[in-house]
Design a protein around this ligand. Structure first.
Ligand code: SAM
Length: 286
């Protein structure tokens, strides 16, 4: 079940009731969750649940299940499993036939997305980016042609470096930096990557708190044709084989790739002719 990401006023009534009613709480950090329980006036048996002990906790859940007891899973803040422990427990509990009841509440990425002013109809949540510069660049390269809005979590001490690499690899884009959501010092800055970097540099000594980065997806005109995508002839051959007309092929290809219709048309036509010569049939240019 999800717990607040800062503002205790955001705790959902069903979460309160359930915490009071369950037999055991599995918490990412019991020292954090005890504060929430104290706030709610709930006393409950608690055990820690981290990535490294998730498997051993499964045995306990299984015992509880045999005794018809209920177990709650919470993380320090927000929705468990979202860049937090719990995936293994949920996966194995499902496999063992246990009932999982998700109880909703806040998650930082969703709040940042809806406040960003960027498209929310299609988005991709990437969690934390890798630490090491090489891997960070590689991950961002993979996202260069991503057309959906992209969301990252980031720690304050890595923020400037990450933004610099984003600017380098993804180029200038609109973005939103959401800080300390639901808390006293909540701040939501909507601008572009360069201006956000410049703004942070002026107050670099005060980069504190929790951040979500929401980045505009790649515009169709900025799509970069990679070596793999350049294998257009193979794609066209496949489309011709499946019986698509040259006109449809041109429509489909130009939907995805930054290429002129006339270029694709010429290429598809030429390939259709070559195929026809091989199979000795008359090509149609419909
Ligand atoms: N499970 C949580 C959720 O549902 O959002 C995320 C946990 S993850 C370990 C922690 C990261 O979430 C932080 O480093 C930050 O990027 C983001 N985050 C959590 N609380 C936030 C807040 N109040 N404001 C902005 N970002 C937050």
């Amino acid at each position: 079940m999800a717990t607040p990401i800062g503002n205790l006023g955001d705790i959902a009534p069903r979460v309160k009731e359930t915490l009071a009613e369950v037999d055991l709480i599995l918490a990412e950090d019991t020292r954090v969750t005890i504060k929430l329980l104290n706030h709610l006036g709930v006393k409950k048996r608690m055990l820690s649940c981290h990535n490294f002990n998730e498997k051993s906790r499964l045995q306990i859940i299984s015992q509880c299940s045999h005794l018809n007891q209920k177990v709650a899973l919470v993380s320090d803040a927000g929705t468990p499993l979202v860049s937090d422990p719990g995936s293994e427990i949920i996966r194995q509990s499902i496999e063992s036939g246990m009932r999982i009841i998700p109880i909703p509440g806040p998650s930082a990425f969703l709040l940042a997305l809806v406040a960003s002013g960027l498209p929310c109809d299609r988005f991709v949540f990437e969690g934390f980016l890798p630490n090491k510069t090489g891997l960070l660049k590689q991950r961002l390269e993979e996202l260069r042609n991503e057309q959906r809005t992209i969301i990252f979590y980031e720690a304050p001490h890595r923020l400037l470096k990450t933004l610099a690499v984003i600017k380098d690899v993804l180029g200038e884009r609109k973005m939103c930096l959401a800080r300390e959501l639901t808390k006293l010092h909540e701040e939501i800055i909507r601008s572009n990557v360069s201006e956000i970097i410049a703004g942070i540099e002026t107050k670099s000594s005060q980069i504190r708190g929790e951040y979500v980065l929401v980045i505009e997806g790649c515009k169709k005109d900025d799509l970069v044709i990679s070596a793999q995508e350049n294998e257009l002839p193979a794609k066209i051959t496949q489309m011709l084989k499946s019986g698509l007309s040259v006109k449809t092929i041109v429509q489909e290809i130009t939907k995805t790739y930054k290429m002129k219709r006339s270029e694709v048309y010429q290429l598809a036509l030429q390939m259709q002719r070559e195929r026809a010569e091989k199979t000795d049939t008359v090509p149609t240019t419909k």
